[in-house]
Design a protein around this ligand. Structure first.
Ligand SMILES: O=C([O-])CC(=O)C(=O)O
Ligand SMILES: [Mg+2]
Length: 275
């Protein structure tokens, strides 16, 4: 399930230990609970989001710990206290191959996770980490090709006082994540799909990909998105002539060469300008 820009296609098998350049075992699989990993990664989070029709995106504050990180897996929700990563150590025992640890750590800037936990996670087939909190050792995680997504990169260490919860739903910045939801994360963002929606969303995403591929063939031949999508009826902008003079009064003023089209409301119009 782990994948990165340098891992073009996940190895076949569930899990199929491979070896990173660092010599650390990596679990990779061609599918997670029947979901084709390489196809889903190729679709990407944005296509899945659009195809889903669901409010399934996580807050854009979640970013990959290293460029090219991406993952597909089943959510294993973990609740941790601020500045305490004890539940993450327990979660590595609970996790099954193909799981993604989805951790609510309250958004605190601590180094909850790093190289040591990544090595342990890879050995157990964990597909990656999503944490509302901090990670560290990011260059080592890149070398390990362990995909981690977090709201902070932070070096401050954590305590071990509260073992937390594992497997109960967590709320990440307003989105509820249940155990077994499908998590897809890449550089565009993260989607969390309810398990019951996955086959419908994948089929809708396939149709969207096919439609966009057909559109892109036509765009390469010179057609415009305005016509392909039927956007012309939605309104026509005021377009200044390339050599039209500006008013010259204030820097940044747009050239004024045409009137307002009939379907644009007059509210917000600045006074004292040419019609
Ligand atoms: O030690 C920790 O708690 C987090 C960390 O840096 C690692 O896993 O390497
Ligand atoms: Mg460390």
């Amino acid at each position: 399930m782990t994948a990165s820009s340098s891992t073009a296609a996940p190895a076949a098998g569930t899990p199929d230990p491979a070896s990173t350049p660092a010599g650390v075992p990596v679990a990779a699989a061609s599918d997670v609970a029947g979901v084709p990993v390489s196809e889903v990664l190729a679709m990407g989070s944005a296509t899945l989001y659009e195809a889903s029709g669901l409010g399934c995106d996580l807050d854009p504050a979640f970013r990959p710990a290293w460029a090219g990180a991406r993952l597909v897996g089943r959510a294993l929700p973990v609740q941790a206290a601020a500045g305490d990563n004890l539940p993450l150590h327990w979660a590595l025992e609970e996790a099954r191959p193909g799981d993604v640890l989805v951790v609510d750590a309250g958004g605190s800037p601590f180094g909850y996770w790093g190289e040591v936990l990544a090595v342990a996670a890879l050995r157990r087939g964990v597909a990656g980490l999503v944490i509302d909190g901090g990670v560290r050792d990011t260059d080592r995680m890149r070398a390990l090709e362990f995909p981690a997504f977090s709201t902070h990169v932070a070096i401050r260490g954590t305590g071990k006082r509260w073992p937390g919860t594992i497997g109960s739903p967590v709320v990440l910045r307003g989105r509820v994540v249940h155990r077994g939801d499908l998590v897809v994360a890449d550089e565009d963002g993260i989607v969390v799909l309810p398990a019951a929606s996955v086959s419908r969303v994948l089929e809708a995403a396939r149709q969207r990909v096919a439609k966009e591929e057909a559109f892109m063939r036509r765009l390469r031949e010179g057609e415009l998105t305005l016509d392909l999508y039927g956007f012309r009826e939605l309104g026509r902008p005021v377009v200044a002539e390339p050599d039209a003079p500006t008013t010259g009064d204030r820097p940044g003023d747009a050239p004024v060469t045409a009137g307002r089209p009939g379907n644009v409301p007059a509210t917000g119009e600045r006074t004292g300008e040419a019609p």
